[in-house]
Write a protein that binds this ligand. Structure first.
Ligand code: 5AD
Ligand code: SF4
Length: 483
């Protein structure tokens, strides 16, 4: 079933549907029996926030004597960090949990835990009705994991799905799982107050709260010192980051807005690239755009989900902007940051969507010239405003037909955008070998486009910057040569 189409770019706070990444064995720790007496395996689904959360979980478990393993067959504790954003995601995860249940049945003593949004949404249903898992832990309760594991080992029901207004895990240094050693995600806030009518996130991740700026800067500096050269600041709605520390002695209140935070991170080193995701069009300010323009190391790339091109549908979605307002934002970005990469999220077949509304979405895509989009058909989620207020009345065939049309248009736009880069030279951060050949490097330009180019005979390493001239492209990749 096609309900999701996307290029898997790590610079996004988006689904990596059906593409669970596995927790990497953390050599030498995981193999050192003196440090870690037990092993955990973690699989993550959904948005980048979930992947970042799994790294916090890894850190908490390390402290408790659990080392990570890549192989669930070797694990004493199997964890699945779950996503509820669409029904399809939940179905995929449910299948996976059924597979892990079989392992549990064969190997008594192995514990299986469900973390994240599905844990929060379904709460103890997993334990009571289905006996699929031993632990159910919501996104704000990871500090209690060690106690819950102890309890589950003793045969107790281990559930904690309390949401918090304060928890940001600010003091926990994430253990980088599956890292390329060059790019990393840094979570700057949690939860969401927006209440888009289709979205389950405000219910599963709770109220919005910002992490204190000092701990964010410290984490980014540490990453830089360890050789990382790109950080992506993560949040459901990064532009509403806000911190108002108590007034110091001098009486000046030093509030930190998202623009200020971006600047603080950019000042760590000109060699550290800064990205962020996700921006809500209503919250991204001129201040943020000016800050992006001012610092060369803040990447010229914005993920700005439009969701629909029809003002009527946007209103039903509770997005709080109109079609014209969004177009104005696109114009402003292009004016202040010429050549900025822009990508989007789009939903087809939302409640009452007509052929005309759909045409508005297509023309919005043409107008905005998105370089890339994540595209979905609407999936009704229990408990959301849309589920309570509106009928899910667009037939599935029509949702899918419209999805195919937007996918085709996006493919055309992506190819056009890439073709317009032929002949241009970009500064590229090398992330590693290209997927196809270890004779080629793969990296990204500031606009977040993937560029592949031959290594030639230079002594280069990942984490270094090179200038690459583009001479060819596909819809997803630029192909170049070092200059
Ligand atoms: N159905 C389809 N897509 C959804 N998204 C969020 N909720 C739903 C839903 N119920 C999409 C939005 C959002 C992205 C993360 O997932 O486009 O920006
Ligand atoms: Fe969901 Fe809207 Fe919040 Fe994004 S901004 S997490 S779509 S409610």
């Amino acid at each position: 079933m096609l309900d999701y189409v996307a290029d898997k770019l790590p610079g996004h706070n988006q689904d990596i549907h059906n593409e669970a990444r596995q927790g990497e064995a953390y050599a030498p720790f995981a193999n050192d029996p003196n440090t870690y007496s037990k092993k955990f395996y973690i699989e993550s689904y959904g948005c980048q926030m979930n992947f970042a959360d799994s790294e916090i979980v890894a850190s908490i478990l390390n402290q408790e004597g659990f080392g990570a393993t890549r192989h669930y067959e070797n694990a004493d504790l199997i964890l699945v960090n779950t996503c509820s954003i669409r029904e399809k995601a939940e179905q995929t995860i449910r299948k996976r949990l059924t597979e892990f249940k079989k392992i549990k049945d064969k190997k008594p003593g192995v514990l299986v835990g469900v973390l994240g949004c599905m844990a929060e949404r379904l709460k103890s249903k997993f334990l009571e009705e289905e006996k699929l898992v031993d632990l159910v832990v919501g996104p704000d309760a990871y500090r209690t994991l060690p106690a819950l594991v102890d309890g589950a080992e003793g045969g107790q029901k281990a559930v904690n799905v309390l949401l918090s207004r304060e928890e940001t895990y600010a003091d926990i240094s994430p253990v980088r799982l599956d890292s390329n050693g060059v790019t990393a995600f840094v979570s700057i806030m949690r939860g969401c107050n927006n209440m888009c009518s289709f979205c389950v996130v405000p219910f599963t991740r709770g109220r919005e709260r910002s992490r204190d700026a000092e701990s964010i800067i410290k984490e980014c500096k540490d990453l830089y010192d360890k050789g990382y050269r790109e950080v992506t600041l993560l949040g459901q709605n990064v532009d509403s980051y806000y911190q108002a520390p108590p007034a110091p002695q001098d009486g000046i209140v030093r509030t930190v807005t998202f623009a200020k935070l971006l600047e603080m991170v950019a000042q760590i080193s000109p060699l550290l690239r800064v990205r962020f995701s996700t921006s809500h069009p209503k919250d991204i300010t001129d201040d943020v755009l000016h800050t992006m323009a001012k610092y060369e190391n803040i990447c010229n790339y914005i993920h700005l989900p439009v969701q629909s091109g029809s003002t009527r549908i946007l209103q039903l979605m509770n997005r709080t902007y109109t079609r014209e307002w969004y177009m104005g934002k696109i114009n402003r970005i292009r004016e202040l940051i010429p050549g900025c990469g822009i990508s989007s999220d789009i939903i087809t077949g939302f409640c009452t969507e007509t052929g005309n509304d759909h045409s508005d979405t297509l023309s919005m895509m043409e107008y905005s010239k998105f370089d890339m989009s994540y595209m979905f058909f609407y999936s009704e989620r229990p408990g959301t405003l849309a589920q309570k207020r509106f009928e899910d009345d667009v037939p599935e065939e029509i949702k899918k037909k419209r999805l195919l049309e937007i996918v085709e248009l996006q493919n055309k736009l992506s190819l056009e955008s890439n073709k317009s880069d032929i002949g241009k030279t970009f500064k590229v951060l090398i992330e590693g070998n290209s997927k196809r050949s270890d004779k080629d490097w793969m990296g990204r330009n500031s606009q977040n486009k993937v560029i592949v180019f031959p290594k030639e005979n230079y002594e280069l390493k990942k984490g270094q910057y090179v200038m690459v001239q583009v001479h060819d492209c596909t819809q997803a990749t630029l192909i170049g040569k070092m200059v």
